[in-house]
Design a protein around this ligand. Sequence first.
Ligand code: BGP
Length: 476
Amino acid sequence: YQTSFPQDFLWGCAIAAHQCEGAWNEGGKGVSTADIARLGGIGKVRQLDDKVDPDVRYPSHTGIDFYHRWPQDIEMLAHLGIKCLRLSIDWTRIYPTGMESKPNAEGLRYYHALIDTLLAHKIEPIITISHFEIPLVLAQSIGAWKNRAMIDYYLRYCKTLFNEFHGKVTRWLTFNEINHNENTTEAAMASAYRVSGIRYDQEYNIPQIAAQSSYYMMLATAEAVSLAHAIDPQNQVGCVLALHPSYAFDCQPETALKSLQCLENDLYIADTLCHGKFPDSKRRQLAKRGIQLDTKLEDDAKFQAGTLDFIAFNYYSSTVCMLDESQYPQGNHFKGGKNPRLPETEWGWQIDPTGLRYALNLMDRRYQLPILISENGIGMEEQLSGSELLDDAPRIAYLKAHLQALKQALTEDQVHCIGYCLWSCFDLISATTGEMRKRYGLIYVDQNDDGSGTLQRSYKKSAAWYAQVILENGEL
Ligand code: BGP
């Protein structure tokens, strides 16, 4: 049994291409759905354009210039002693429109160089295949994941990656926050769009389209697992969930029931991917709501053959379930109410380390698969003054409390967790708001919302703290 963190525990960080790379039209890259998302402004969700407007500054177009600065950036990470870096490959660097028959050699060269450098530093690359960006041409011509044809385009892209990085990468993640595709409340529609490339604001039968597109993404995941195993039996494939435990607000049994139903509804995707079967109850529930899925007989065998090797989840906050949803705060990123017992960040994300332990227990018992915490961290407004080391004590406190909860899950609950990817090593573009002002990094990046920064990097105090945690293998 476990008495501490395992020796081979994957201490790491996570980033995503469109939030850091920039160079949106270099190296033969095509335009992605992320490249038309405007800056939302202070705490505001980003709005989408139909095409790139030359008069607008889109945050993904410059990011933090990782595309040009990665050699120094990796060097800085290597000093922290991290064991893995979860990074995404931008689909449009490999297939600019998603529809080409041959991949873009320049895009592949870039990722080869990056991955080779990580390996040279003994940092394992864990690759997210689709992290909130899809070739815009695919989104606009075939409706992205609304269309079954997406599966073939996605698998063509996957096959290229599995073949190219054979022997270099063995851990893969098919989608980031796949379950967010069904979070189609008005406030969260943009995050659903990020996952599936579907303009829910322009759809009239949202429940049908959300269920159908999730079905196709699940099928694509199962097929990607089988493909990855066929190309290299060493390959391990997971998929990332967004997990935010939803506690019943009061002691009413009805609230507890509703909270259970919300959870079940959120987890049916992971159930399908881990158990290899689309749940019968979900099928009946959909039918009752008049939702007919486009399914094929052979799909069932594909689900069965392509179950995940491990499960991954991002955890930032818990939320509360209330019977009266009109009490939910407007514009809340997480569907739910506020927990009066918990503090929150400047962006209203409630801080709950026990929620991480809760999520770990839930995943472990339900799926009995190795778990990767694929993201966890805190977004804060921070200002660097002169050459002083930025003292981000609240971040250290946040991380420490969450790592303590993780340790309890490992040692007291005997949960099987293989790694922790901190979001993030660098300050980068916020996915929901597009802001730079919402900083997550262990490393400060001098970049502003208007793009006026010098892009210079400097360690914050949390960087040295995390390096020490890694050195002591989690002895806090
Ligand atoms: C997760 C995303 C990340 C990241 C993080 C923080 O949902 O997977 O891409 O951005 O949230 O969110 P934000 O940047 O919106 O604060």
